[in-house]
Design a protein around this ligand. Structure first.
Ligand SMILES: [Zn+2]
Length: 209
């Protein structure tokens, strides 16, 4: 995973309105630790020179700007989950609205299979703290997406592209859920309905080259 990809990914999230100003952050796992977007650089101006390289315990070893204040969250996710190669944390509006309601998202659409099924809500803790990181790791479990109470959302991916796609999907699902809630009581898919959809999605996955 190259650093320019990460800067480009962060800019993409800003263009799509998933992150605003300097809120939210993106990282990728590296052999030495991780590379994460810096604090206090607006995403539109972000280049690979700004990215902060951290070692395996979170000490900054490269980059012209200070690591994101939420680096503990990213590091904890890489430590807890060997399959995770990229982490995207946003304050995207619909996801944050549900995080404010502290309302987990039940499987209301088969596409939520890509998020790991139901999306949990991690307990509230002050941003940037180890307590927040621990709560998110516990809530996420083996899933791919979690809301963070009164804060935002986080998704993980086996690649940067997968994490970006999940960040977009999560925001879309949250918008749909909020709309559905405003019109009545949303129906939830059963475990067997979700399993059948998962099986079908697998069969549509492109064959490896
Ligand atoms: Zn945040």
């Amino acid at each position: 995973m190259s650093a320019p990809d990460l800067a480009e990914a962060a800019q993409q999230l800003a263009r799509e309105g998933l992150v605003v100003g300097t809120a939210g952050n993106v990282s990728v796992r590296t052999r030495a630790g991780l590379v994460i977007t810096p604090s206090a650089v607006p995403y539109e101006q972000l280049t690979s020179a700004h990215l902060a390289a951290l070692d395996a315990v979170g000490v900054q070893v490269g980059g012209t700007h200070r690591k994101s204040s939420e680096w503990r969250l990213h590091l904890a996710l890489y430590q807890a989950r060997g399959d995770v190669q990229a982490v995207v944390h946003t304050h995207s509006a619909a996801a944050t609205a549900l995080a404010v309601l502290r309302r987990p998202i039940p499987p209301i659409h088969y596409a939520m299979h890509q998020l790991g099924g139901e999306v949990p809500v991690a307990p509230y803790a002050t941003f940037g703290t180890a307590e927040l990181a621990e709560g998110v790791v516990a809530a996420l479990g083996a899933g791919h997406a979690a809301l963070m109470a009164n804060h935002g959302a986080v998704v993980v991916g086996e690649s940067l592209a997968a994490a970006l796609e999940r960040a977009r999907l999560l925001e879309w699902v949250c918008r749909v859920y909020l709309h559905a809630l405003s019109g009545g009581t949303p129906h939830v898919l059963s475990p067997s309905e979700m399993a059948a959809a998962a099986e079908r999605l697998q069969s549509y996955r492109p064959a490896p080259p």
